[in-house]
Design a protein around this ligand. Structure first.
Ligand code: FAD
Length: 454
């Protein structure tokens, strides 16, 4: 019998429990990917990155990958019918969209006497598994992280020696040709992810991670968010490599593991509270007033395009446009600027990030935004409005990051680049003036906060 392996957020072959389950249940495996037009619409950079990753996967499957377009509710039962498969294997999906879709596919398969078999998740500990002693979900991060560490994860699954891919005639699409995406999205696939990860380890960046991770001017983070998003590498593999690495007991390694725990925590929160994808986790603060209308639209456009007149904010937004990725510190600074300096409701920014980020992930993105906006799990207290200038001097001390992304300020040396208004020729090359005054908007944000609490 043939079993179908339906790939989604697990575009790799090694350490793939669902692939092993498919091998167990059939004599051959038909690998399928469904290009769902609903997902392709969500963001050009991400669709391009997906196609690049699929090409790499198709190569590693010796061309056996079958790609079809359409709604999986129709396509998956159709493929199973064509080859007479009794079971379709997947990695369990835990997002609201994925859960609804998979439930519908399961019903469609069952109506024809076939099974949808879910094995493993894209997480070290599947969402919903780490609970308090009374069985309740964790609501804040630190106790979750402690319990998550104690829970542990199974060791990476050994790769199968030989995979008997289904060799029969099954029609599929040729993958669309896409221009190689630039930046971190440019390379894709399991082998590239592995190389990038091993470089990160080999170059000693894990040991220095705790000190350097907040510095966007240094290339100090792993950039694993994109491969993790597509499942080109599994977090279990990262954790196992860290545990056996000479730097595995450093403070850097501990901090890195904590960051992976944030990813797991946000997926867990979304699992228990699917509505938190677009709604405030703390509705008591949801009554805060936000702005909209033409003037706000103009400000949001300036934010998106990196023309706010605050160099550190603009550098971050331009990195997002240029690379489809943004350093975590910049995600915090730019999100704070939108919600607190421009008084825009966080889902407006979250939607834009999700469309532009190659690592765009509903759980980490929406909850990252809520953290900044002050409505989330471990919300940054609302009164802590990030000051773009102080952040710039602290985390980009020589101004190198800003100069990389804002060429109109390239003539200002050192940290002077953070304050073009203090230099007689600061605006000589067309850099825009500030769209708002941070000190005034900070006071305004605090006043609105006080009002919403009355
Ligand atoms: P590293 O510093 O090397 O961290 C290693 C891994 O840990 C990351 O790849 C990621 O999987 C995880 N991680 C690190 N920080 C966080 C965090 N704060 N929350 C959750 N996981 C984390 N991350 C996404 O993967 N997708 C998103 O859509 C996303 N949107 C965000 C939006 C906002 C407003 C904020 C503040 C953060 C967001 N993050 C998101 C989290 C974080 O910014 C990125 O994961 C990180 O910048 C990716 O770079 P890296 O792989 O080099 O990270």
């Amino acid at each position: 019998t043939v079993s179908v392996l339906w790939f989604r957020r697990d575009l790799r072959v090694s350490d793939h429990p669902a692939l092993l389950a498919a091998l167990d249940s059939g004599t051959s495996v038909l690998p399928v990917f469904v290009l769902d037009p609903r997902l392709l619409e969500t963001g050009q950079p991400r669709s391009r990155r997906l196609i690049t990753s699929l090409r790499a996967l198709a190569d590693s499957l010796d061309g056996h990958l079958v790609v079809r377009t359409g709604n999986p509710v129709d396509v998956i039962p159709q493929v199973a019918r064509e080859v007479g498969a009794e079971s379709v294997h997947v990695t369990r999906e835990t997002t609201p969209f994925g859960r609804t879709r998979d439930a519908a596919v399961e019903v469609a398969l069952q109506s024809e006497g076939r099974r949808l078999v879910a094995t493993g998740t894209p997480y070290a500990a599947g969402p919903g598994l780490v609970v308090t002693q009374s069985g309740a979900p964790y609501r804040v991060f630190t106790p979750f992280a402690r319990a998550w560490r104690a829970h542990g994860s199974p060791p990476p699954a050994a790769p199968p020696l030989r995979i008997p891919w289904f060799d029969g005639d099954v029609g599929g699409l040729a993958l669309p040709a896409v221009a190689a995406a630039g930046g971190p999205g440019g390379i894709a696939g399991e082998a590239a992810a592995r190389t990038r990860w091993l470089d990160f380890l080999a170059e000693g960046r894990l040991g220095r991670y705790a000190e350097d991770r907040d510095r966007p001017d240094l290339d100090a983070t792993s950039r694993m968010s994109v491969p993790l998003k597509y499942g080109e590498i599994h977090p279990r593999t990262l954790l196992a490599d860290i545990a056996s690495h000479p730097d595995g007991r450093t403070g850097g390694a501990a901090t890195f593991v904590t960051e992976l725990a944030w990813r797991e925590f946000y997926a867990d929160v979304l699992w228990h509270r699917p509505e938190s994808a677009w709604e405030d986790l703390r509705p008591d603060l949801g009554r805060m007033s936000y702005d909209d209308g033409p003037e706000t639209d103009r400000l949001v456009a300036a934010w998106r395009e990196g023309r706010t007149g605050y160099p550190i904010v603009d550098a971050g937004m331009r990195q997002l446009l240029g690379e489809g990725w943004m350093h975590n510190r910049l995600r915090m600074i730019t999100a704070s600027f939108l919600t607190k300096d421009l008084h825009v409701w966080w889902p407006v920014g979250a939607r834009y990030f999700l469309d532009q980020l190659l690592d765009g992930d509903i759980a980490s993105n929406s909850h990252g935004w809520q953290w900044v906006a002050g409505t989330g799990t471990d919300a940054a207290p609302y009164f802590r409005v990030l000051n773009p200038l102080r952040q710039a001097h602290r985390f980009d001390p020589e101004g190198d990051y800003v100069r990389r992304w804002v060429p109109e300020l390239g003539h200002l040396a050192g940290p002077a680049v953070h304050e073009p208004w203090d230099h007689p020729n600061g605006y000589a090359h067309g850099y825009p003036g500030r769209v708002v005054d941070h000190d005034a908007e900070r006071r305004e944000a605090l006043a609105r906060y006080e009002l919403s609490r009355r």
